[in-house]
Design a protein around this ligand. Structure first.
Ligand code: GDP
Length: 138
């Protein structure tokens, strides 16, 4: 079990003005911010990040959306980070997300669902190093 996960506040939540609200929920849940940046990624970079989903029917839509505006990328630290953060963000489809989760509060749809959270320790490490060098992690 690792103590770090990777997250992005997606373009829909940034556009809606929810960066502060979402960071507040993340901090209140006991995560420490180990790295953070506000940036936008190109379609090509989004395709690389989501390579594992290349065969899925929504790959084009997903990578178009993720490159449509600025995002906040961050590495979060807490005991049992990956599983606890998945709990905090809620189900992929906000219609199924539990009360008290970030997606219940701020996601618009299955595609525009406010936040990303790594699904394994291995992916958390891969995704974190996609955005941050060792010098940018604290
Ligand atoms: P997650 O781990 O809960 O983020 O969900 P997945 O790994 O299954 O999917 C990755 C991301 O792809 C999701 O967070 C959504 O933004 C997007 N996605 C998943 N399913 C769909 C879909 O049916 N349509 C669209 N447009 N996007 C989807």
């Amino acid at each position: 079990m690792s103590n770090r996960t990777f997250t992005m506040i997606k373009p829909d939540a940034v556009k809606a003005g929810n960066i502060g609200n979402i960071l507040q929920m993340i901090n209140a849940a006991g995560f420490r911010i180990a790295a953070m940046k506000y940036l936008s990624i190109s379609k090509t970079q989004a395709e690389k990040f989501y390579e594992v989903h290349a065969e899925r029917p929504f790959y084009g839509e997903l990578t178009e959306f993720m490159s449509s505006g600025p995002i906040v990328a961050a590495i979060l630290e807490k005991e049992n980070a990956v599983a606890d953060f998945r709990k905090l963000i809620g189900a992929t489809n906000p219609a199924n997300a539990e009360e008290g989760t970030i997606r219940k509060a701020y996601a618009k749809s299955m595609g525009e669902n406010a936040v990303h959270g790594s699904d394994s320790d291995e992916n958390a490490a891969i995704e974190g190093s996609f955005f941050f060098s060792g010098l940018e992690q604290f």
